[in-house]
Design a protein around this ligand. Structure first.
Ligand code: TRP
Length: 347
């Protein structure tokens, strides 16, 4: 059986360092592994509209932003198919048919939907489109017969729901759809990079993000005001690592080779941590090191972004091409689905 990846992001903002360690970096590795027959990366504008119906401008503006972030991180349009969800109208048709296989009570129990409903304050006024987005996400995945869906932990209930839809479809009609598996980030820090304020997660609404496209000077400022150990007041004080955002980021980004260049008094991260917990190491020094470490990773990304930014029409053309190809593949699946459902009258 072919190995096929599908994943995506809602275009509601620029991508940040949390997206990078949590998914983008992995996608580039998967792309370069050569292990997959096809890789689809989708900009989920239709899904973004399920809770931004009154703000289409925001979604539109972020299509090219997210595409620029993808390309600058090293996703290569020769190897992966980058496309826009709404262009593939077959996904909407599939969603409609799948919705007959899902109950309202099952959707209500979906933990991701549940927590997002309270997060967005929808309570009793939940848009139907938002409520049913797990079904649309199952359509995204199955339209491409994806076997593998790289996502963060918060998306696991979505994949589970997609698997149920596949099983239900295949037993009710015919063996057409493929059951996908989630592929989680391989280390825990990377799956949940905290915000610069130490809060659970980077999130635009909390204003605690380091964006991939932030100017180096802004990144420096954000790092310098990062949350550390509030009880580590004087340099001599012993410091705590737990909940110390600067060290969490170092865990996510630091490679021991970088010490030789940027902080030669230490040979590895463990040595730096030991000194910090013993006392005698100031936050500013660690923060400056973190800045160097982060920029080591982000500079090439930013340089590529500057290049692509000069030619946004070329970026849009990549999306157009990718969307056309994605549409062809989804149309084939839709045809099989209709045949299995006995609604292919003129075939
Ligand atoms: N729900 C995902 C997010 O919030 C985006 C998404 C839409 C997606 N469709 C998908 C992810 C299909 C994986 C597979 O970012």
């Amino acid at each position: 059986m072919k190995k096929i990846i599908l994943t995506g992001d809602r275009p509601t903002g620029k991508l940040h360092a949390g997206h990078y360690v949590g998914s983008l970096k992995r996608r580039v590795e998967l792309q370069n592994s050569g292990e997959y027959d096809d890789i689809y990366i989708m900009i989920a504008d239709a899904q973004a509209l399920t809770d931004n119906a009154d703000n289409p401008e925001k979604v539109r503006k972020n299509i090219s932003e997210v595409a620029l972030d993808y390309l600058s991180c090293g996703l290569n349009p020769e190897k992966v198919n980058l496309f826009i969800q709404s262009y593939v109208s077959e996904l909407t048709e599939l969603t409609f048919y799948y919705s007959n296989l899902v109950t309202v009570s099952r959707l209500k129990r979906n933990p991701t939907v549940k927590s997002e409903i309270s997060l967005r304050g929808f309570n009793s006024s939940i848009p139907v489109g938002f409520f049913t987005y797990p079904i649309s996400q199952a359509a995204d995945i199955t339209a491409f017969k994806a076997t593998t869906v790289p996502v963060g932990e918060d998306q696991l209930p979505m994949i589970e729901q997609a698997r149920e839809i596949v099983r239900s479809f295949n037993t009710t009609y015919d063996e057409v759809l493929v059951e996908p598996k989630a592929l989680l980030p391989d280390n825990e820090i990377c799956s949940r990079l905290p915000g610069t304020d130490g809060k659970a997660k980077m999130s635009k609404s909390l204003g605690n993000c380091i964006y991939l496209s932030d100017e180096p000077d802004d990144i420096r400022k954000k790092i310098m005001s990062m949350f550390t150990d509030p009880e580590h007041i004087r340099i001599e004080d012993p410091g705590k690592l737990e909940g110390n955002t600067v060290f969490t980021y170092l865990d996510a980004f630091c490679k021991d080779e970088l010490f030789a260049e940027y902080l030669p008094e230490y040979s590895c991260l463990q040595e730096l941590k030991d000194h910090y917990t013993r006392g005698g190491l100031g936050d500013v020094k660690v923060k400056k090191f973190l800045y160097s470490v982060l920029m080591e990773e982000l500079s090439p990304i930013q340089a590529r972004r500057k290049e692509w930014e000069k030619d946004v029409p070329a970026v849009m053309e990549i999306l157009r091409e990718g969307s056309k190809k994605a549409k062809e593949v989804a149309a084939e699946t839709l045809q099989e689905v209709k045949q299995a459902m006995k609604i292919d009258y003129f075939a």
